[in-house]
Design a protein around this ligand. Sequence first.
Ligand code: DX5
Ligand code: ZN
Length: 226
Amino acid sequence: MSKPPIQISPSVLASDFSRLGDEVEAVVEAGADRIHWDVMDGVFVPNLTIGPDVIAACRNRTDAFFEAHLMVVNPDQLAHRYVEAGCDLVMVHAEACDHLHRSLDNIREHGAEAGVVLNPHTPAEAVAHVLDLVDMVLVMTVNPGFGGQKYLPTMEPKIAKLRQMIELGGYDVDLEVDGGIGPSTIGGAVAAGANVFVAGNAVFRHPDGLAPAITGLREAAAAAGA
Ligand code: DX5
Ligand code: ZN
């Protein structure tokens, strides 16, 4: 199977919220492949962030692919709101869904792509029986809740296992990593088999600006064999 193309997905969590629409437009202009929206409810994770109306307000600023990462305890009640807000992909945590199969079906029935997210402690096997229902598997490489945390290289064997499960099953599924991704860590995730990379601080807080930040990530990914 040919290698899937590398994609960089900046997390607007690290952007300047007072200029959110401008930041989204600028990061797409700078070369982002998609936009990552971190949705936190203050219960599943100890932080509170972006409601659907905020995303809807930015939807008319770009045609870029929007992905919502729902860190909430009741994703079934909320997922359709994020589809209606203009998200192309909605991702739910396996740990938040008693009926994960149904939750993923629900997202697709509302017309979006569906994804499943794994916390650091959750094994790859948790998604073995839903790989036919998803477009994306997202491996957390930090504990979710905040940007700017340290990358957990101990997740790399899990990433490799998921890549193997996807390839052996012949699934058309992307494999994304989220948390602590920067020029010095992206290579390990590439080598393990990830092909979509969320980056918050490494993009929005780069001293040289957005475009050099994204180019630097692509170069580091390429150096690792992407
Ligand atoms: C953490 C979020 C991440 C976060 C990544 O819970 O899911 O998307 O914004 O930020 P960095 O890249 O700064 O670790
Ligand atoms: Zn995220």
